[in-house]
Design a protein around this ligand. Structure first.
Ligand code: CA
Length: 234
């Protein structure tokens, strides 16, 4: 599930597989978060980052409330869950805020460097945090690696990660579901984006399509969502 809005908002939500309500959860979470972010745009008072950080947190908690409420109304949807990675930008100030729950990801590509901005809410990441010597490459293929430690929709209130910063001219942001990152290594993601030569005005849809193709060629059976945000400001 993906949303790009003219208000400088991009959202990726990936419904939890194995539950009939996964797609419903992703759709509801995107809609509720977008509504909160867009609805608050007219009430912006402080600097962008302070404003957007608090609105982002409120928006994610509002999405959580919507999911719980729907689960009460429709018992067959109870227990549905989704990841959510949302970004809101102020191109004039070059500022951005990201809110995140789950194992979708936001990356920043600056020059020839790819940085994962969000932290995966997964069992694997938790193990890595406890023991840095864990072999990430081997662990990512573990069947337990991708178990979520939190997502939206479950009884336990989510604790969203809220990140913010200022973009440099030419920065690119990549938001994606684990359907991409579970299949394609970071260095391959980076080279696909860099080869697209977006600085010279190439169509950003081309690398997005190539990333999805790469995930599918790698045997991806999960749905793949990718959005590339070009950040141009003076
Ligand atoms: Ca997934």
């Amino acid at each position: 599930m993906l949303l790009m809005s003219p208000h400088g908002i991009a959202i990726v939500a990936d419904g939890m597989g194995g539950h009939p309500g996964g797609d419903v959860a992703a759709g509801l979470a995107v809609a509720a978060t977008a509504e909160a972010l867009e609805g608050a745009a007219g009430r912006k008072e402080d600097g962008f980052i302070d404003w957007a950080r608090s609105v982002m947190r409120d928006g994610i908690l509002a999405a959580q409330a919507v999911l719980l409420q729907r689960g009460e109304q429709q018992p067959e949807l109870r227990g549905m869950g989704t990841t959510l990675t949302a970004m809101v930008m102020d191109p004039t100030a070059g500022a951005w805020v990201i809110g995140h729950v789950g194992d979708s990801r936001a990356y920043r590509i600056r020059g020839t460097t790819l940085d994962q901005l969000t932290r995966d809410d997964t069992w694997l990441q938790q193990q890595i945090d406890r023991d840095a010597s864990i072999n990430r490459a081997a662990a990512r293929h573990s069947p337990y690696g991708h178990i979520l430690t939190q997502c939206l929709g479950l009884e336990r209130p989510p604790q969203p990660q809220i990140l913010s910063g200022y973009a440099a001219p030419g920065d690119l942001f990549l938001l994606c579901s684990d359907g991409l990152t579970g299949m394609v290594e970071d260095d391959v993601i980076l080279s696909i984006v860099l080869d697209a030569d977006l600085d010279n005005g190439s169509d950003p849809q081309i690398p997005v399509r190539q990333l999805v193709d790469a995930a599918n060629h790698a045997g991806g059976r999960d749905n793949v969502t990718v959005v590339l945000v070009a950040f141009e400001h003076a």
